[in-house]
Design a protein around this ligand. Structure first.
Ligand code: ADP
Length: 272
């Protein structure tokens, strides 16, 4: 019976150990399945332009009798898709490089965020003009943070680009930078489509697009990704904000009596 008790205790111990191991491994399992999802999504997104490239090349090779002009057209389509892939691969590398914030911090230097935001807004002035919107800046002078200027430019660029992209024609994109205590607060706001509350939590997820079908179908044939892009911009923006010890948030508030909403992305960064 002593042996029986011993065996029982051993069995109980094993059962508890297994339960504990399963519980402890859950976050790893989740991270692993997120990683798999990411790879699957990325592969899928890369497959589409590749299919177009190969089809276009097959036409050019398979119909030697075609006019130079029509061959040019197929090749131009090939180039467009190749550029699209180039953009996506750049974004993917950006995300893949990110999980080493310690190395990134070692390269941090003082950055004048006011100058940086102003420069980035200027950079997008022509884009805004092209889309029939105006960018209006209200920036507190000489706000400084510790950081990586190129990464911060990317962060501001994603937000200003999105604001211009989704802004209603003829409206104004507002870019505000203010000091709040120990933080620098950047807010980029535009009037445009509402981001539904259930989508708001996901806009920072990789490959998330509010309305994938719509954004893709509306793709202008100009070599740029569809209005909706890849759904990677905000994921990159969030990583950059976090790497700088900051945070990013989104709000989308319906404007009464209209079909539109006021959407604001707010970034908080610790001041230097
Ligand atoms: P994308 O390249 O698709 O714009 P993002 O990660 O930058 O990818 O944005 C994810 C999704 O969030 C977009 O597809 C869009 O649906 C939504 N979104 C982003 N910015 C805005 C905005 N200013 N107004 C409305 N929707 C937005």
């Amino acid at each position: 019976t002593l042996a029986g008790v011993g065996a029982g205790a051993l069995l109980a111990f094993l059962a508890v150990s297994i339960l504990f191991a399963r519980w402890a491994l859950r976050p790893i399992e989740r991270a692993w399945s997120q990683q798999q999802r990411f790879v699957a999504d990325a592969s899928h997104e890369l497959k589409t332009p590749l299919t177009v490239i190969l089809a276009n090349l097959a036409i050019v090779r398979g119909r030697p009798g075609e006019t130079v002009a029509s061959q040019e057209q197929w090749l131009a389509g090939t180039e467009t898709e190749a550029r699209r892939m180039q953009g996506l691969v750049g974004d993917l590398l950006d995300l893949a490089r990110m999980p080493d914030p310690a190395a990134l911090r070692a390269g941090f230097a003082p950055v004048d965020l006011t100058d940086l935001v102003e420069g980035e807004a200027l950079q997008f002035d022509s884009v805004a003009l092209d889309r029939g919107v105006a960018i209006e800046c209200d920036l507190a002078p000489a706000l400084r943070v510790e950081g990586d200027a190129a990464r911060l430019e990317r962060l501001v660029g994603v937000l200003v680009d999105n604001a211009c992209k989704y802004a209603e024609e003829g409206s104004t994109v507002e870019v505000r930078l203010a000091a709040e205590g120990r933080e620098a607060v950047l807010a980029v706001a535009n009037r445009g489509p509402l981001i539904a509350p259930e989508d708001l939590a996901h806009v920072f997820d990789r490959f998330f697009r509010v309305d994938a079908a719509r954004t893709r179908a509306d793709a202008p044939d100009d070599g740029q990704p569809a209005a909706g892009g890849w759904g990677l911009g905000l994921a990159i923006a969030r990583e950059i904000a976090r790497d700088h010890g900051g945070a990013i948030a989104a709000a989308s508030i319906p404007e009464p009596g209209t079909e539109t909403a006021r959407t604001t992305f707010t970034v908080r960064l610790p001041r230097a």
